[in-house]
Ligand binder design. Structure first.
Ligand SMILES: Cc1ncc(C[n+]2csc(CCOP(=O)(O)OP(=O)(O)O)c2C)c(N)n1
Ligand SMILES: [Mg+2]
Length: 626
């Protein structure tokens, strides 16, 4: 057997550079690069391997190194990269031991919840334990084989720790299998003890040959398709709920054709908002707690709901209130069996595109009730008029967030991307953004993680350099994690950052008011004379902050100034922030949908008691089991 003598760190890098993914006869590099922040836990192992790879770079097609500022942000960037590439490619992230590693835990949870592949390579404590306890080592009194990296287990779809070099080949292969399995994918973590990373071993040369991971279009079981078709044939007012799985499977054309053939309108989840153009008469837009009146009214009357590539979160079902018909039935097309089985639905396990094609054959000759399509188009048109009104109200002195969204939508071109994650912006975008392209809407709402925005923008732009990326970030999210602006500047990756400053957490302020807690602790203010946080606004200058990180900054006061600045930002050749203050009290138009956030059952405050009464009333509409 031919062997190659390399350290574990060098072997990991060489192996990753040789992995490919393939679907529909198109091949991609599976791991396009590696983000890293070095410390004693990885500098001499993976760090040394990445250096050798970079130096060999052009000759051997090595693994590109990217320098991060914060380990959590590196993972966000890798996740956004994978989402932009429809899960065909991703990035690896290497960290030191201890805090560098645990900084990645939040990113891992985000990846796993959003079903997006990312490879995490945290350093770990000595396998030999000769120098224990080492810097940053957690000493568990009851178990010497536990380290902080065990925190990755519940948030990873695959976890292994490489105590000995011999364990590496099977761990690497298992890791690649999970990364490229559409049903299982998420965060994949290989913890690498720092001494093992630097250890040499004679690896079989075979380990480093190019490997292709075929991503299947798993066909559904014909019997399941027949059962689903029978349920759908019984429907008069069916509704499709399209989720992110439709986009990852590149099934948007199949969805459009299916909806059109059978006259079924489409509601969209956050991850599925790009599945159909919003000016399509069959597109009812956002569904659920942040939905449109169109989709939610269709949901209220639907007798059969066909979920495709959705995992049915509480935002999509409006906490199980949006589907109002007694006896409503579900058909779930999903590549992941647990998601296909939800809502006691008729499960069609398989690739979204393959399943839609099979179901179309089984439904031949059938269509929804006459008038259903026209009714859906009428509701969609009514919502579009609501959007137009929200885009063009002229609030003074500070504009509403909806106006800002309107201008961004207007200035953005066909293939541009809007990207966001937390605050009031995701809900407003879900309702109001006019989608044109499947990849044009990137809102991370599985984990809704403040701080994803700028890092995610970086990852999205790295994955699609030919698209303009508009990062929509609130002041709260900006303060949580803006540091990857430095990486964008360093890499010459151009972002348009729209910073919407409303001096605090407008979203949670509104939520707080609705649960009777009076916007407590949700705006950025000094302590007032009574010792409470109700004094003047904090003198934080986020525009100056961005400029200090090397970003080109344009400040806008009015919506007209904002439009002019945004046009300049789009045309600029470097990362540019457009900063605007908005009024936190002006919400987007409502669809009266509900979200279950329990209110205190007993309270001294009258505001809370009133909110509790309203909560108990709203809860009556909730169906315990859909
Ligand atoms: C990491 C993290 N911490 C806390 C939250 C809870 N949370 C959701 S939105 C929000 C406020 C966001 O503020 P900002 O970015 O200014 O947006 P705004 O609500 O003002 O639109 C908070 C605290 C979260 N989603 N993520
Ligand atoms: Mg804010």
């Amino acid at each position: 057997m031919t062997t190659v003598r390399l350290t574990v760190g060098q072997a990991v890098v060489r192996f990753l550079a040789a992995q490919r993914s393939e679907r529909d006869q198109t091949r991609h590099r599976l791991i396009e690069g590696c983000f890293g922040i070095f410390g004693h836990g990885n500098v001499a192992g993976l760090g040394q391997g990445l250096l050798e790879s970079e130096l060999a770079g052009e000759r051997e097609g090595g693994l590109r190194y990217l320098q991060g500022r914060n380990e959590q942000a590196m993972v966000h960037a890798a996740v956004a990269f994978a989402r932009t590439r429809n899960r065909m490619s991703t990035l690896a992230c290497t960290s030191s031991v201890g805090p560098g590693a645990t900084n990645m835990v939040t990113g891992a949870a985000l990846a796993t919840i959003n079903r997006l592949p990312v490879l995490l390579l945290p350093g770990d404590v000595f396998a030999t334990r000769v120098a224990d306890p080492v810097l940053q080592q957690l000493e568990h009194p009851g178990a010497q084989d536990i380290s902080v990296n065990d925190a990755f287990r519940p948030v990873s779809r695959f976890f292994d720790r490489i105590w000995r070099p011999e364990q590496l080949p099977s761990a690497l292969l298992a890791a690649m299998r999970v990364l490229t399995d559409p049903a299982e994918t998420g965060a994949v973590t290989l913890a690498l003890p720092q001494d093992v990373q630097a250890e040499a071993y004679d690896w079989p040369a075979e380990l480093f040959r190019q490997r292709v991971w075929h991503i299947p279009r798993t066909p559904p079981d014909p019997a399941a398709v027949a059962r689903a078709a029978e349920v759908i044939r019984s429907a008069r007012r069916p509704l499709i709920v399209a989720g992110g799985g439709v986009i990852y499977s590149e099934a948007t054309k199949a969805l459009r054709s299916f909806a059109d053939t059978f006259g079924i309108p489409v509601g969209q989840t956050q991850a599925g908002k790009g599945t159909m153009r919003s000016d399509d008469p069959l597109c009812a837009g956002a569904i659920g707690a942040t939905g449109t009146t169109a989709a939610n009214e269709l949901a209220a009357r639907a007798d059969v709901v066909i979920g495709i590539g959705t995992r049915w979160t509480d935002f999509t079902t409006a906490s199980r209130t949006v589907f109002g018909q007694r006896g409503v039935r579900f058909v779930n097309i999903n590549v992941a069996p647990p998601d296909a089985a939800k809502q006691s639905g008729e499960a069609v396990v398989g690739d979204a595109r393959a399943a839609l094609e099979a179901l179309a054959v089984a439904l031949a000759g059938w269509s929804a009730a006459p008038g259903h399509r026209a009714r859906a188009a009428e509701l969609a048109a009514r919502w579009q008029a609501t959007v137009e009104a929200a885009y063009t109200t002229r609030h003074d002195p500070r504009p509403a967030q909806a106006e800002v969204i309107g201008v961004v939508n207007d200035v953005a071109c066909e293939r541009d991307v809007v990207l966001c994650a937390a605050g009031s912006m995701p809900g407003d975008l879900h309702k109001l953004w006019r989608t044109r392209d499947p990849g044009g809407y990137h809102v991370e709402y599985g984990y809704s993680c403040m701080g994803y925005e700028i890092a995610g923008g970086l990852g999205a732009k790295l994955a699609a350099p030919d698209r303009e990326v508009f990062v929509m970030v609130g002041d709260g999210s900006y303060l949580m994690m803006a540091t990857e602006l430095v990486t964008a500047v360093q890499e010459g990756v151009k972002l348009v950052v729209v910073c919407v400053d409303n001096h605090g957490f407008a979203s949670i302020g509104n939520l707080s008011e609705s649960v009777g807690t009076q916007r407590f602790g949700t705006s950025y203010r000094f302590r007032g004379p009574d010792g409470r946080l109700d004094g003047g606004f904090l003198p934080v200058d986020l525009a100056a902050n961005a400029a200090s990180l090397g970003v080109y900054v344009l400040r806008a006061r009015t919506i007209e100034e904002f439009r002019r600045a945004l046009v300049r930002a789009r045309a600029a050749d470097r990362t540019t922030m457009v900063y605007i203050e908005t009024d936190p009290l002006l919400g987007a138009p409502s669809s009266e949908a509900w979200w279950d956030v329990p209110v205190a059952e007993v309270a001294g405050l009258e505001s809370t008691r009133d909110a509790r009464a309203a909560y108990e009333k709203a809860k009556e509409r909730q169906r315990p089991y859909l």
